[in-house]
Structures are given as structure tokens and as C-alpha cells.
Design a protein around this ligand. Structure first.
Ligand code: NAI
Length: 239
């Protein structure tokens, strides 16, 4: 059987671990040629794809990287790389706040901007930006992160409106609590167990579950969903 993404190329940012790695593996398994990014030189991509290093905290490096991405000209872009630094509101370090916006919002904006001309020229493309439930609802100490994820949501809606007539579908996927290094670092083991108990499904999510949704949104079956933020959280945001 033909694989759903056979003949397609995909770029997944932050594909070295966690959700991004699972997305890259799934898109490769579905037949795409996948390029992943990380912050350090010398990483690898699933299925023998290419690996590119860029630290999105570095504004100039990100601008140069966006030019490389325009040349790479992928059919599918998944902006997954992201950072989170929690702090009580009164203690937010403006430098941390700016860093979070740089990695979580500005870099995705620059990469979306870089891929649109090529997608337009081909008459279509798929963009998924990984947002968060904290870009739909929020919580104490998440102001910097929530600001960035609400921004990604708004940016994606505007982008989707602008490029829909060109056959480009742009959406956000908003994961709940997913078992990755980021979650374990922010919450610790005890925090993870506490959280799982609050989720209606009584467990945290797996990176592969996010990857399956991204694969569907970027695949041939998605012909009419654009400008949406799809929450995938075991029911958490409704309780
Ligand atoms: P992670 O910390 O396990 O992996 C993050 C990825 O981003 C890595 O590949 C890393 O190389 C890359 N990255 C980090 N800093 C970077 C920088 N300065 N420049 C370029 N790349 C950088 O994170 P995780 O948990 O897999 O999260 C992936 C995405 O999913 C993020 O956008 C995160 O905000 C979002 N998310 C995660 C949730 C979770 O529960 N883990 C829940 C909701 C959203």
C-alpha cells in the first residue's frame, strides 16, 4: 500500500527528543523524507533523514536558518521546538520572557514565512504549530509560556486565513500533559503522578499520540481543517 506521505518532504523543529522526535518518526514511517532540527551539531533524523542545528535563541542564526528552510522548501512544516520557564508573575525575568517568545513564537513565525512561497508555488502545503493547553486555558506561574502559546494560536489563525486559498492548511495542536523531558523537568516525578490523577483519562499522554494527530493533519485525509487549534489532553481542559 502506498504510504500516506510518500513523495512528501517534512521539516520538524526540535526533533531530537520528546514530542518532536515522535512526530519525526511517525512522518518518516508514513513515507515522508524528514529533516529535523536540534540545538547541537551532529544529531540524527529518523529514516536516514537530514539533521540541521539551529539555536532559536540566537536571532541572527534563526534568520539565516530561515533562508536555509526556504531553500529546503518542505511540503510539511511542523514547528515543535519550544521552551518553558515557570515563575511567579512578580518574579518574571524579562530576559526569560523574551527568550520564551523568541523560541516559541518568533522562530515559528520566521519558518512559516520561509515555507509559504514554495508551498504557494506548488499549490499546497501543510503547517502544524505545536501550541499547548496553556495557550487555551492558563495556570499560575505560566504567564510567559501562556503568552507565547496564545500568540502561536493567534498567529496560526491569521496565517491560515491568508494562505487557505493557496491550498495551504495551517493548524495548531495543543497537547495537555505529555510524558517528555520538558514535563519531567518542570514537574518532577511527584508532580507527574499528581497531574495524571487530575486528567479524566487518569494518565498523561504519550508523544506518539500527539504524533498521530499531527500525521493526520499533515496527511492527505485532511482536506478541509485549517485555522484550528486541536486540543489533545485526555479531557483535561473540560474539567
Ligand atoms: P522537550 O524539551 O522534550 O524537547 C524540546 C525540543 O525543542 C528539543 O528537540 C530541543 O532541541 C528543541 N529546543 C529547545 N530549545 C531550543 C532552542 N533554543 N532552539 C531550537 N530548538 C530548541 O519538549 P517537549 O515536551 O517534547 O515539547 C515539544 C513542544 O510541545 C514544545 O513546543 C512544547 O511547548 C509543547 N508542549 C509540550 C507539552 C508537554 O507536556 N511536554 C504540553 C504542551 C505543549
Amino acid at each position: 500500500m502506498t504510504q500516506p506521505l510518500s513523495g512528501k518532504s517534512a521539516l520538524v523543529t526540535g526533533g531530537t527528543r520528546g514530542i518532536g522526535r515522535a512526530i519525526a518518526e511517525r512522518l518518516a514511517a508514513d513515507g515522508a523524507r524528514v529533516t529535523v532540527t536540534g540545538t547541537r551539531p551532529g544529531g540524527d533524523a529518523p529514516g536516514g533523514g537530514a539533521y540541521l542545528a539551529c539555536d532559536f535563541l540566537d536571532v541572527r542564526a534563526t534568520a539565516a536558518f530561515a533562508e536555509d528552510v526556504a531553500r529546503l522548501d518542505p511540503d510539511i512544516l511542523v514547528n515543535n521546538a519550544g521552551i518553558n520557564r515557570i515563575a511567579p508573575f512578580a518574579e518574571i525575568d524579562p530576559a526569560d520572557f523574551a527568550a520564551i517568545q523568541q523560541v516559541n513564537v518568533t522562530a515559528p513565525m520566521m519558518l512559516c514565512r520561509a515555507v509559504v512561497p514554495g508551498m504557494r508555488a506548488r499549490g499546497g502545503g501543510r503547517i502544524v504549530n505545536i501550541a499547548s493547553i496553556w495557550g487555551v486555558i492558563s495556570k499560575a506561574q505560566r504567564a510567559s509560556y501562556s503568552a507565547s502559546k496564545f500568540a502561536v494560536d493567534g498567529m496560526t489563525k491569521a496565517l491560515a486565513a491568508e494562505v487557505a486559498a493557496d491550498g495551504i492548511l495551517a493548524n495548531c495542536v495543543a497537547p495537555g500533559f505529555i510524558d517528555t523531558e520538558m514535563t519531567r523537568t518542570v514537574l518532577g516525578e511527584a508532580g507527574m503522578a499528581e497531574l495524571a490523577a487530575q486528567v479524566p483519562m487518569k494518565r498523561v499522554g504519550k508523544p506518539a499520540e500527539i504524533a498521530a494527530l499531527v500525521a493526520w493533519l499533515t496527511g492527505p485525509e485532511n482536506t478541509y481543517i485549517s485555522g484550528q487549534t486541536i486540543v489533545i489532553d485526555g479531557g483535561f481542559t473540560n474539567v
